[in-house]
Design a protein around this ligand. Structure first.
Ligand SMILES: [Zn+2]
Length: 345
């Protein structure tokens, strides 16, 4: 039996299922791949494109990774693999860009029998843009495969979802994440060599997400992360002490004001709240934010489950607003008032 999609870590079931579908010629024409940033969505899309166009049928691996087509696809140099993504400075992906992309699908292929169209940040497509895709998703031109990548599937129209096979990316376990990070980042290798405990703490904080692990690494680790950790702890303590709106607002205001950094801080806050919630049920549970369950208990174990759940919902809502490009000042004010409400219940 062949090994499938070796560039993608974990996700064994998905790899087997898709690999077999390619070999039996039963692969669907459209996919919606969902997962956090860094979870391997683009890697899977590229692996699918390579597997469909690989010309080495005798390799033990699919894709073989070595033939001319595989190499060009990995290098982004293959004319029949096309990617559409929103512009960095834009919040949405508009209907015109999607229509152009769609037109291209009807042109005859440049050289292969499998043309792959990948749309990144698919949830950023406006409803008009998503509607423009419907027809082609229903009946794609011969030899065309459409792959949508998304982090937030609740913004994708149900009509789109029902026409694409859904694939959820799994999170890495700590070991796989460490391995992947060490293989791809010199900074990570340097950190592990200098201070293994610090490196493992970063892996735990990343909670199975490669993208988050890389972002944490980029923050030059220790200092900023420790400072942010302190900010998260003081916010949770303020909740435990049923502090005033002003105190809660001032604790949140210490969070980063840059959107990308704020998202990370909110994700870490959610990990901390989740730790506090699970240790109530299992004192030996594995924690993500806190070094151990006993430390979580010692630092902020006095908050009731009901308040923790309300707190989690409030932070999750702020995270969604932040992803949708809402105004940062408003997000913080809204979060502070939601948390204040949650702490009084
Ligand atoms: Zn190949």
């Amino acid at each position: 039996m062949r090994t499938y999609f070796t560039r993608l870590i974990g996700n064994e079931d998905t790899k087997q299922r898709l690999g077999r579908a390619i070999e039996s010629n039963t692969l669907p024409h459209a996919f919606l791949i969902s997962g956090q940033s860094g979870s391997g969505k683009s890697t899977l899309a590229t692996e699918l494109a390579a597997a469909l166009n690989c010309i080495d049928g005798h390799s033990g691996m699919l894709p073989c990774g070595k033939c001319n087509n595989c190499r060009r696809i990995y290098d982004g140099n293959y004319p029949d693999v096309k990617i559409l993504a929103k512009k960095k400075d834009k919040a949405t992906l508009g209907v015109e860009a999607v229509k152009d992309f769609r037109e291209d699908m009807f042109l005859s292929s440049t050289e292969s029998e499998n043309k792959i169209y990948i749309i990144d940040d698919a949830e950023c497509m406006t409803p008009e843009a998503q509607n423009a895709l419907l027809k082609v998703l229903e009946e794609p031109p011969k030899a065309v495969r459409i792959i949508l990548l998304a982090t937030e599937c609740d913004r994708i129209l149900t009509t789109i979802k029902s026409r694409a096979q859904y694939i959820a990316m799994g999170r890495f376990d700590d070991e796989a994440l460490a391995e992947k990070l060490l293989a791809t980042s010199a900074e990570a290798r340097a950190m592990k060599a200098a201070d293994e405990a610090k490196f493992m703490s970063l892996i735990m904080s990343a909670d199975g997400r490669l993208g988050l692990a890389k972002a944490l690494l980029n923050k030059r680790m220790s200092d900023e992360i420790e400072e942010e950790r302190g900010d998260i702890l003081s916010l949770i303590r303020a909740v435990g002490q049923k502090s005033s709106y002003a105190d809660i607002h001032s604790a949140i205001s210490r969070f980063p004001s840059k959107r990308a950094d704020l998202l990370i801080a909110l994700e870490r806050l959610m990990s901390a709240i989740r730790d506090l919630t699970i240790i109530k049920y299992d004192p030996r549970a594995k924690t993500v934010f806190f070094p151990s369950a006993s430390e979580a208990e010692r630092l902020c174990g006095n908050i009731s489950s009901k308040r923790l759940i309300a707190l989690y919902d409030a932070v999750n809502e702020a995270h969604v607003l932040c992803m949708r490009n809402a105004n940062i000042t408003n997000i913080i004010a809204n979060l502070a008032s939601k948390i204040r409400l949650a702490t009084n219940n």
